[in-house]
Design a protein around this ligand. Structure first.
Ligand code: SF4
Length: 324
């Protein structure tokens, strides 16, 4: 996976993000534990996993809102951890984020116009470009009207607030956007509208998305490739079509069996027993072994390598090690 290709926009190379626990007893939280993958230009790379599996931490690390404990993230082949000054500012323009809760990330004391002005102020661009024209253009892109410019966030619906969050993320013409549970806080009907808008913008502006969600149905609707995370590790990664045809990992199998239209050949729904273990005290060996219906004694002792079992389809499971 390490080979840099022309269509690779971003690459995570053995990224680990560990946090110190709040107490001595709680130990080190391994939020992201040795993950490597590439994001291709123009694709939607979906990441799915249960709450607390580290997907949001990974997303923030990709755009240097968090620093990896080990490993590196490359944008256009450049290690973003080494960037300083103007180079770092340029990187921040190229990589933006849309958060889950639009109410929490829009300043309630600022109007929509002031909110959309912020990115240009931060990057000292207010005198370089016609900011008012650009703000009107952004509003149009996200399907809002000019009269919204004087509104405050509390005067907008949840869907409208998320559209403003998207407009702000688009302001500096990014190449990649981290969509961190971007539709999870919205009603189902509004979710569909915002997902459609994101798809339209991707086509129109040639964007690349890293799309994070706990909802596999949503990830499946929008993604070109899908990564499945569990307890800070990537369990399986493949093209949407490949996963639709065949999933190898028992965790992915269980997740997908819950979606009838996807799990057509998966038989009955697989219900996983037990809770997700704490990332500060993950199980030995394969971190999924405490819930895996196919676990054997080896699974408790050895961490399975993340290996390519067919072209472009990667799996971390001892069951498939002989196939390579
Ligand atoms: Fe299950 Fe073992 Fe595969 Fe882990 S390595 S997913 S425990 S069979």
């Amino acid at each position: 996976m390490a080979a840099e290709q022309n269509d690779v926009l971003m690459r995570a190379d053995h990224v680990k993000v560990y946090f110190k626990g709040r107490t001595k007893q709680s130990g080190t939280v391994k939020a992201v534990d040795d993950i490597s993958f590439e994001i291709r230009k123009g694709e939607t790379f979906g990441v799915v996993g249960e709450s607390g599996c580290g997907k949001s931490t990974l997303g923030r690390t990709l755009i240097r809102l968090l620093k990896p404990t080990e490993g590196s993230v490359y944008l256009h082949g450049e290690d973003i951890g080494t960037l300083r000054g103007d180079a770092l500012k340029q990187m921040r323009k190229k990589a933006q984020i849309i958060f889950q809760d639009p109410s929490a990330c829009l300043n309630p004391r600022r109007t929509v116009r002031q909110i959309l002005m912020e990115p240009f102020e931060i990057h000292g661009m207010t005198k370089q470009i016609d900011v008012d024209a650009r703000i009107r253009e952004l509003l149009q892109l996200v399907g809002m009207d000019e009269y919204h410019l004087s509104r405050y966030p509390h005067e907008l619906s949840g869907g409208q607030k998320q559209r403003i969050g998207i407009a702000r993320a688009l302001a500096l013409e990014p190449e990649i956007i981290i969509c961190d549970e971007a539709v999870s806080a919205l009603d189902v009907s509004v979710q569909a509208q915002v997902l459609n808008l994101l798809q339209e913008l991707k086509q129109k502006l040639g964007l690349t998305y890293f799309f994070i969600s706990h909802n596999l149905n949503v990830v499946y609707q929008v993604s070109d490739r899908v990564g499945v995370m569990y307890l800070g590790r990537m369990m399986e990664l493949a093209d949407y079509d490949q996963l639709y045809e065949k999933r190898y990992h028992p965790y992915t199998e269980a997740l997908l069996s819950a979606i009838p239209q996807v799990g057509h050949n998966a038989g009955e729904r697989i219900r996983l027993e037990g809770e997700v273990p704490s990332p500060s005290n993950p199980p030995s060996g394969c971190c999924f072994h405490t819930r895996c219906p196919k676990a054997c004694s080896r699974c408790q002792q050895e961490v399975p390598a993340f290996r390519e079992v067919e072209k472009g389809h990667f799996v971390a499971c001892h069951l498939y090690e002989k196939e390579n």
